[in-house]
Design a protein around this ligand. Structure first.
Ligand code: HEM
Length: 353
């Protein structure tokens, strides 16, 4: 009899202590504590260190990334994106707008000094203008929709509210993804059409030494079809545009590329000891940061280009509008190109009358 009572008491005590243990685990979890006594021989600290440093366990899913429980580099990526990247980008763009406003107030519009001659010279054919506007139009939409992704929630969301912002951002995201291809085509076409005029020469040093003649009236450094300033814009657009395109494609098709580890491995061949063992997730994070940084630099530079190609310089926009510019404008800004063109016209047989 005694032994039966003892057995019943033992079962009750066991059940009770089990319930207490379960309950205390639940309470601990609710309070954000790590449940204990579930790890066998491994200590809690070891296990959570393993998880927190982004190590992969094993999963039976096809998606290997699912084996990483806590992807700690995401914290660093987020704080870089929302911190220095956004701040530096915003600063760059505001500085550019400020400098251009000051320049306009002090120097004013750069006029054709001799006044319009009312004679024109062909500067860009229709294929050049098509390439330019394909690249420019798509870039402007890509720039605005990209800026919305980075700053929209702080600048636009409070003004138009969550529903309109959500529709705007979703539409913007589609536009961004599809117009990227128009930009790439425009970029490639512009490269093919203009690269031969953008090879650096000694003349460019003289143009740069004279500040391009844009700061003082009456100063006109010699230049061929493109001056040194335009060559800089050309090469930054081409190299930056290619880089933004490649990183953009990597973002569109996630976890398929190893561009950063490959590039760093290449740089390591000249002795830079850069890390090359990135996880697919880290590759994505670097792609995003690089895509954002290069785009912000390009946007700031293109704002200056748009200024000088439109309100900043009399007669410039005609080059990309009708394709013909005033002869006096051409002589003031691209004198050697005008001479070359006139020479070519003389030496080519004139059409029969
Ligand atoms: C949206 C406003 C824009 C305007 C009003 C504009 C205007 C112009 C003009 C007038 C020219 C010819 C300059 C000349 O005759 O020498 C030109 C050339 C050029 N544009 Fe644009 N453009 C714009 C946007 C863009 C964008 C977004 C890009 C690149 C993403 C771009 C890239 C270029 C390049 C590479 C050249 C040849 C080099 C140079 O002249 O700087 N443009 N643009």
């Amino acid at each position: 009899m005694n032994s039966r009572i003892l057995s019943v008491v033992a079962v009750i005590v066991t059940l009770f202590s089990g319930i207490v243990a379960l309950n205390s685990t639940a309470v601990a979890q609710q309070q954000g504590e790590v449940p204990g006594q579930a790890l066998g021989l491994k200590s809690d600290a070891d296990l959570w260190r393993f998880v927190r440093t982004g190590n992969a366990g094993s999963v039976s899913m096809k998606n290997e990334l699912g084996a990483v429980m806590i992807q700690s580099e995401g914290d660093n990526w987020r704080s870089l994106r929302n911190g220095p990247l956004s701040t530096i980008g915003g600063f760059l763009i505001f500085m550019m707008l400020f400098v251009l406003t000051m320049f306009y107030m002090i120097r004013g519009k750069i006029r054709i000094e001799k006044g319009p001659s009312n004679k024109t010279i062909v500067r860009f054919g229709s294929i050049d203008r098509f390439a330019h506007w394909l690249m420019a139009g798509s870039f402007v939409v890509l720039g605005l929709t990209g800026l919305n992704l980075l700053y929209g929630r702080y600048v636009i969301l409070p003004v138009i509210g969550p529903e309109a912002f959500s529709a705007l951002t979703t539409g913007g995201k589609y536009a961004h993804n599809y117009l990227a291809f128009a930009f790439m085509i425009g970029l490639a076409l512009s490269f093919v059409l203009w690269v031969r005029h953008n090879i650096p020469t000694k003349l460019d040093l003289q143009w740069l030494r004279m500040g391009g003649g844009i700061f003082k009236k009456g100063v006109h450094p010699p230049a061929k079809k493109f001056n040194a300033g335009q060559k800089i814009i050309f090469w930054v657009t081409m190299i930056g545009g290619l880089s933004v395109s490649l990183s953009g494609i990597a973002l569109m098709f996630p976890f398929q590329t190893t561009m950063f580890s490959d590039t760093f491995a290449l740089l390591n061949t000249v002795g830079l000891g850069l890390p090359t063992d990135f996880t697919p997730m880290q590759e994505q994070q670097y792609n995003q940061l690089w895509h954002g940084l290069v785009s912000l630099v390009l946007i700031a530079m293109i704002i200056a280009h748009i200024y000088i190609g439109s309100v900043g310089m009399e007669g410039a926009i005609d080059a990309m509008h009708t394709g013909e510019v005033d002869l006096n404008w051409a002589k003031e800004h691209h004198n050697l190109w005008v001479e070359e063109e006139q020479q070519r016209a003389k030496s080519s047989p004139s059409p029969a009358e």
